[in-house]
Design a binder for this molecule. Structure first.
Ligand code: DAH
Length: 347
């Protein structure tokens, strides 16, 4: 019988080593408790286990080699045993114990992810761009830090005009000085600046809107805020009239409010338009102010190098917050800027 055949010590050691390596790998690969238990029985099983069967060859080892063989056998047995325990700890730690350590109750409903959304003002801006885009107006942008030429001069607002009063504007005195400028930069007080910037860089015809922030040192109350948004519109072509302006405002209001909304214009004054008007739309039983508008003043056309005898145009400037508040029945402009999530979540 083979069990009677002698086995050399190094052959015995080789078998143990390769068994240990195989066992370690199998335990590591076990992905769940069931697989690990199957592996345990295969290698460490008390009766049929593979370690047990190698152990049986001990009897075939030469007597003088027996102590060394026995020592090796114990070593390998411990190695396989601890490898099994390590895998077991790993597995359970990945499941029940880890959950317990975290003190989590997995039977509770999950946490809903908080999905963000656009700010109501941003939503309004997107919608205004959409409506005006369909009327052929392309969005244009300009800087929020402006020079007096674009914010005033080119718009026919001379140095002595009260609109340039330091109490009505955010002048950036220090920044201007540091930049070595003679004139004082300021946070733009109106988006009409973009009219100038566009016309300086584009020959007529022009049909643009500009949506962005403007700044005025107003005390915040329900209808004022030191920063707000405007939509500026500018159309330059030949023989443009107030009737064209009124048509565009009417189409705009009707599209924005979703029904046929009457629009009226009242005489007003702005340095950069002549004639100038204030536009209102009729909504929910009353006239609501839209903003200012008018026929672009010839001086403005001249300041950008246009020929006032060849081209004419209209311009308008509307408050975005006001449009947003009317739509959503918001009664206090400050609610738009306090970033109160419970408020913003409604839109
Ligand atoms: N810039 C004016 C303001 O901030 C609004 C305005 C009025 C813009 C008439 C215009 C305009 O383009 O033609 O009060």
């Amino acid at each position: 019988m083979s069990s009677d055949t002698a086995m050399p010590l190094d052959e015995f050691i080789k078998q143990l080593e390769s068994l240990a390596a195989e066992a370690e790998q199998t335990f590591q690969d076990a992905v769940d408790a069931e697989k690990l238990e199957t592996a345990r029985v295969e290698f460490l099983g008390a009766r049929q286990g593979r370690l047990k069967s190698v152990q049986k060859s001990l009897g075939r080892i030469d007597k003088s080699d027996k102590p060394a063989a026995g020592k090796k056998l114990n070593e390998v047995k411990n190695r396989i045993q601890s490898s099994f325990e390590a895998s077991q700890a790993n597995l359970s730690c990945g499941q029940a114990e880890r959950i317990r350590d975290l003190q989590v109750d997995p039977s509770l409903p999950g946490q809903r992810p908080r999905i963000g959304r656009l700010h109501p003002i941003t939503q309004t801006i997107e919608e205004l761009k959409d409506i005006m885009g369909r009327l052929g107006f392309t969005p244009a942008e300009g800087p929020e830090v402006e020079d007096p030429w674009h914010n005033f001069e080119a718009l026919n607002i001379p140095e002595i005009h009260p609109a340039r009063d330091p109490l009505d504007n955010f002048y950036l005195s220090l920044a201007s000085k540091q930049a070595g400028l003679d004139s004082q930069l300021l946070l733009r007080s109106q988006t009409s600046t973009v009219q100038i910037r566009v016309m300086e860089n584009t020959p007529p015809p022009v049909r643009i809107i500009s949506l962005g922030r403007v700044y005025r040192p107003d005390t915040a109350d329900a209808t004022h805020y030191p920063m707000f948004h405007q939509m500026e519109g500018l159309l330059i072509d030949t023989e443009v009239s107030l009737a064209d302006l009124k048509t565009v405002l009417h189409l705009f209001a009707t599209n924005y409010l979703g029904e046929d909304v009457p629009v009226r214009i009242r005489p007003s004054f702005f340095p950069f338009t002549e004639p100038s008007v204030e536009a209102d739309y009729y909504w929910n039983g009353k006239w609501v102010e839209f903003g200012g508008a008018g026929i672009v003043d010839p001086n403005v056309l001249k300041s950008v190098g246009y020929d006032p005898d060849a081209v004419s145009g209209f311009a308008f400037g509307l408050g975005v917050e006001r449009l947003c508040m009317v739509r959503h029945k918001i009664t206090d402009i400050r609610d738009l800027f306090t970033n109160e999530v419970r408020f913003l979540r409604q839109f």
